[in-house]
Design a protein around this ligand. Structure first.
Ligand SMILES: Nc1ncnc2c1ncn2[C@@H]1O[C@H](COP(=O)(O)OP(=O)(O)OP(=O)(O)O)[C@@H](O)[C@H]1O
Ligand SMILES: [Mg+2]
Length: 284
């Protein structure tokens, strides 16, 4: 079943030197699956995710033949209707969670407010649900976390709280933009397995954005590989090691590690043909 259908998506930024195309004609569908979007820094991953939620700030421009959420074209609806979609149907965990949580409000107050907004419920009911949401992302002392402020949390806790927050409205689609890249490897695995459980048990669609192709290969079902705003290759995750595109091969070999700067991809020879070829369709 197709939850989301994106056709010919462009994100353009007018600059003094002319229009810069950050995303160039990307098409894909998302079902109840884990879809990875990978590519090096600047390839257009975050702009793709943000464009789906119409969160590109002016002067940036989004164009698409359609961005259909269960048949409803998000390009055609009003900003007010779009706020409803953002609050309830599609949630996004942003690349830097520090910008998504309010620093002067306790975590509990933020969760309770989000719950009340989404479900029009009373305070004590919202409180119970917030504690349950924290427990669902394996936070063992939810009462203490409810009373804490965002800066009192470690990176891993912060990410889990963000995921709990995004799940409160019960969205059909979660867009997670580098949700684990700031975490050390063991915490990273934990957060991934929490997301995995949630996606499987709730039947959600997940768009998982990352620069780490090997991580995405393990975690996702299908992968779009982006280069310079285009999709250059689409792969089933379990067939990734048979990928043919030289850029994909370069990403696979670059094995980004926390303790070492990325090396190999930088020496990879880039072919102008990669960015001139039309975007590959990611329709399932
Ligand atoms: N406001 C803006 N004005 C001009 N160009 C922009 C603007 N915002 C983003 N871009 C450009 O759009 C391109 C795609 O950016 P995007 O954030 O999607 O990259 P990304 O693949 O998410 O990279 P990263 O892995 O570093 O997060 C980049 O080249 C970026 O410089
Ligand atoms: Mg990004």
């Amino acid at each position: 079943m197709t939850l989301l259908d994106v056709e010919n998506l462009w994100v353009k930024f007018p600059t003094r030197q002319g229009v810069f195309d950050a995303v160039r004609g990307v098409s894909f569908t998302l079902g109840k699956e884990r879809l990875g979007i990978v590519g090096e820094s600047g390839s257009g991953k975050s702009m793709t995710g943000r464009a789906i939620l119409r969160l590109i700030r002016p002067p940036g421009i989004v164009e698409a033949d359609h961005i259909a959420l269960e048949g409803r074209d998000l390009m055609q609806i009003s900003e007010k209707e779009m706020r409803g979609v953002r609050g309830q149907q599609i949630s996004m965990v942003m690349q830097d969670p520090k910008f998504s949580l309010n620093p002067v409000m306790t975590i509990g107050d933020q969760l309770v407010e989000a719950y009340r907004l989404a479900h029009k419920s009373g305070r004590s009911n919202a409180r119970q649900a917030s504690i349950a949401a924290l427990e669902s992302v394996s936070i063992r002392d939810p009462e203490r976390v409810m009373r804490a402020y965002p800066h009192e949390m470690s990176g891993g806790m912060g990410q889990r709280i963000m995921i709990a927050m995004m799940l409160i409205p019960g969205p059909q689609i979660l867009i997670a933009d580098e949700p684990t890249s700031a975490l050390d490897v063991s915490v990273q695995r934990q957060v991934l397995s929490i997301m995995d459980d949630l996606v499987t048990s709730r039947g959600m669609g997940l768009i998982f954005i990352s620069h780490d192709l090997n991580l995405v290969a393990d975690f996702c079902d299908r992968v779009l590989i982006m280069y310079a705003g285009r999709v250059v290759e689409v792969c089933d995750a379990d067939k990734l090691h048979q990928a043919t595109h030289p850029y994909t091969r370069g990403l696979l070999n670059s094995l980004p590690r926390l303790d070492q700067p990325r090396g190999k991809l930088d020496v990879l020879k880039r072919d102008p043909a990669w960015s001139d070829a039309p975007s590959v369709s990611g329709r399932a």
